[in-house]
Design a protein around this ligand. Sequence first.
Ligand code: ADP
Ligand code: MG
Length: 240
Amino acid sequence: MTETVLRLVGVTQQYGQGATAVSALSGVDLDVSRGELVAVMGASGSGKSTLLSIAGGLAKPTTGEVIIEGAYLSEQSPKELAQLRRRSLGFVFQDFNLIPTLSAIENVTLPLELDRFRNGVARRAAEEALLSVGLADRIDAYPDDLSGGQQQRVAIARAVVGGRRLILADEPTGALDSVTGELVLRMLRERIDAGAAGILVTHEARHAAFADRIVFLRDGRIVDETRRQGAEVLLAGSGR
Ligand code: ADP
Ligand code: MG
């Protein structure tokens, strides 16, 4: 049985009004299941980041519905929405977004503390998350003392800690060299295989190969979709 974690139905996003209005998204439908990683590809300005912010409840769509684990975001109070974001969602951005004055483990523990986990429980969950991304020996390091790849692995650990089930990554490898980028994506893939669902925004076909499915956005619409069935199909779908 597939378990739908995220569902977008008829999502439209318009910025501005009248003659200067921009349609960033037009009627986007998308389902992401547990254990599934969906790559979103498209030119700059095609709506990828807008789609991700709407999927994560950071922005409200102009029309349409976002449903996360059965909860309609439009029906949530601001407090419920904040709680849902804290408990169910993890974000990974291009520029890592770690807090520089906190160690790796403190960065990962923070979302749990905000959610009032007891200290010991939060610490153990954070240690486990850092172990799962191969950073067990760097838990007390500060972001400045970690390489870019290590910082992004901390961000992935923070995105999944405490059983978050939906990971939204916006060009997470953008600031990394290709070898490190692939390592980070492998870690992301492992967390998805361990039971999360994810969206990966990327413009590299090679990186989209880590996904189960690729959707292509153009001018805010899904114009093509490829399910991974081996390298040839993937390359055909990526337009190369
Ligand atoms: P991508 O991530 O694919 O580059 P975005 O989602 O950032 O695309 O942007 C999609 C479109 O919406 C672009 O035309 C962009 O200029 C516009 N846009 C994005 N954010 C805003 C905003 N806050 N205000 C006005 N226009 C925006
Ligand atoms: Mg973007």
